[in-house]
Design a protein around this ligand. Structure first.
Ligand code: 48H
Length: 268
């Protein structure tokens, strides 16, 4: 049997466009940013049965997990977030007190495997540059190929496209990209201030507490929540990110249930 170049091209095009039309254009949850928080949020949302898209501007997913601390690929987790990682099959070694350590490579790959098994669709090399903001609600995101955003300014003329969803989760890390965009247009939303100085205990706890629905249809989670509200930073420890991601998925589930009930009520 011979394989032609055209067969390869056709298979890629057909699969990409079918997937995009069926699963991506309209979804239940869009998570922006595939760091620890975003991957956890997407996995739990998909496990609840929601059609979930995870968008990452880099070729690779994993965000801040790859480089551990000080460019050393070891990640630290604190109880009770170790349970989440153990469920995904990540090997943890007890460090000190309530701390565990694992290999970054294993954490990233097993989290991504769990996301994939749950049915999450990953859209990588895609930059989210805006939200769809209609009727005082976030109804989707505006996307562009990431390499296109890196073209010289005089060539950067490519218009983006939009995808619709019921709930958007801003898990873009330090930049709080979607909240920043919202704050430019809604005076009641404060511009993200950036994270405060390091204080591990408070930071880990506040990251989870601050993960919330900041505006109808938009949940801010993980480091994006920390940076939005100026809470302390935590350094290379990821429990707040995982627990924040789980909490964001729980919020998303509640919101989708409310939207579904509202639709049924209107129909009746
Ligand atoms: C598409 C985007 C866009 C965009 C950004 O930085 P992350 O790892 O974020 P979290 O919240 O999952 O985890 C934070 C953690 O990694 C960290 O930074 C810690 C613990 N810091 C402590 C400290 O003291 O500094 O992942 C965010 C992801 C990245 O992969 C980005 O590439 C991606 O979001 N992203 N993707 N469109 N506009 N902006």
């Amino acid at each position: 049997m011979t394989t032609s170049e055209i067969q390869v091209t056709k298979a890629i095009l057909r699969e990409f466009f079918e997937d995009f039309m069926e699963n991506i254009i309209e979804s239940d949850v869009v998570v922006v940013g595939a760091g620890p928080c975003g991957i956890a949020a997407a996995t739990y949302a998909a496990e609840e049965g929601h059609k979930t898209i995870l968008i990452e501007r880099n070729f690779h997913a994993g965000g801040g997990m790859w480089q551990g601390g000080f460019l050393m690929p070891k990640n630290i987790i604190r109880e009770p977030a170790n349970i989440l990682l153990e469920e995904w099959g990540v090997k943890l070694k007890k460090a000190e007190d309530d701390l565990y350590v694992c290999d970054s490579f294993e954490m990233v790959s097993k989290m991504l495997a769990a996301a994939s098994s749950a049915g999450v669709k990953l859209l990588n090399s895609v930059h989210v540059e805006d939200i769809i903001l209609k009727n005082d609600r976030v109804e989707g995101v505006v996307i562009q190929w990431f390499p296109a955003t890196k073209m010289p300014l005089d060539m950067n003329f490519a218009d983006p496209i939009a995808i619709k969803t019921k709930v958007v989760i801003d898990a873009t890390g330090h930049g709080s990209v979607l909240v920043s965009r919202l704050a430019e247009q809604r005076p009641e939303i404060k511009k993200p201030v950036g994270c405060g100085s390091m204080w591990v205990d408070r930071a880990e706890q506040e990251t989870v507490e601050l993960t919330q629905e900041i505006y109808p249809g938009l949940i801010v989670a993980g480091m994006a929540a920390t940076s939005t509200y100026g809470a302390p930073r935590m350094g290379p420890i990821f429990s707040g990110m995982l627990l924040g991601g789980k909490k964001a998925a729980e919020f998303a589930h509640e919101k989708i249930s409310e939207i579904t009930e509202e639709k049924v009520r209107i129909k009746d």
